[in-house]
Design a protein around this ligand. Sequence first.
Ligand code: SF4
Length: 495
Amino acid sequence: MTKKAQPAITLIELAATSRGDLHGKRVEDVYTKINLPSRAIPLLHAILTQKGYTDVESIDTRYNDRGMITESDLDRIRNTDRLLASSIIRTLPQTLELAREYKKANPEGLFITGGHPGTFLPETSLHNGADIVVRGEGDKTIGELMEALDQNADLKNVQGISYKDEEGNIHHNQAREFLTEEELDNLPAPYYPEYMRGRRGVVETARGCPYACEYCGVTQFFGRKSRRRSNERILEDIRSIVDMGVNNIFFTDDHFAMKKDATKDLLKKISEDSKISRISYSAQLSVNSAFKQNSDEIDYEFLNLLRQANLGFVFLGVESINDEVLKEWSKPATAERNMKAVKAFRDNGNPVHGMMMVGGEEDTPESLDYTVDWCKKNLDSVQFFAPIPLPGTPFWDRMNEQNRIIADRLPHDYHLYDGQYVVLQPNNFTPLELQTKIFDMYKQFYGIKGNIINILKSPRPLEKGGVHAYAPRIVKSVENDPQTTDYMERLRNLE
Ligand code: SF4
């Protein structure tokens, strides 16, 4: 790095706000209530500090009162030389609004963005205020990009970026290779500012997924080869998060037990360490992880290890209990295996949070009634997702070719692409019917009346009861949010 004055670098992640407005109020939904720390910002912050940058600050408006950007945030932003914004599809509209506001206040400053939207919609960001877009994994790219900017070097040699030159022409540089396992292991521990400490912690063990579910953006972003960090490095991260006073860690992997032997070893090491085994853990798992490899036999050794490591809630991508729907989305599962896996986890004492997609081509009002009935009896908490066509996925291509995307005021409508809204024309419903059905399914699942037996039968009845007491408020708050009332009106107009 040259000796000239240090650039002021600010990393930012914005809350999901109503109608996707930069200065709007945070949407109070399940994601914002759980409020897990961002995966990207703390790691990028640590990488920049390790590279020797000293004027680095992180802002995560999800932790601010009502999720709104504050005057002091704006002060820092206006005076920053490089504003690095991480976003997901649903927060793209407010991120682009921030880009425009920032460029107006600081025309010399550079707005740099990335994540899934940057990777699959680089031109959308570049046409709406961004100067540079980091495509794919940014961990290596960000350091090289900062150094190229410090040296005023030609950006054409920085892999994995798209950018606008001084004449406004857009360039897409060569893609960057995925990080190797060794490189993942050499990344520094994420940096958590004071305001993020003492809450829930997150730890990443691996990236990538070998499956190919049609709607999934994970394989497009991280690839189909699993790349896992060593257990030594993962345990270091866990210990440092526990030292910050966190008593619940969520493994952010999309599929925690992809390299199962290594995951088993990790669980064993957690359970043997008195300091880290006293906190609780939760993870996202594939249904297949409940079984021995290439077999229909339950893997009891794995289930026991989960219990010994104090891993409680498992987040399962069940998606459907309809074989035709599972086939449609190329899910590596059958309805029978889904049901068997859910039972095995619950018998083991793990409450199951089921992630269900409703509104596949073969779903009908009757099949969804059957689905909600099954969920009530067999799950501890649930999300009923409307299928989302994420840009960059084969599902997006299919829906686009068939002209079925109805939330098409893009990029602004991306704030509706969060699984809570019906943004596609379904096969056996009108969009309004399916939207209404989804809210109704939530009410049926979380209603206390008629559910007492199901709550008592949970592996953790008190926790399930607590979720049932709290969740209806979240459902109501989503239903009453102005963005929902606006969108319901749009759906009514399509009838
Ligand atoms: S199993 Fe999960 S992470 Fe893997 S492709 Fe399917 S939805 Fe994506």
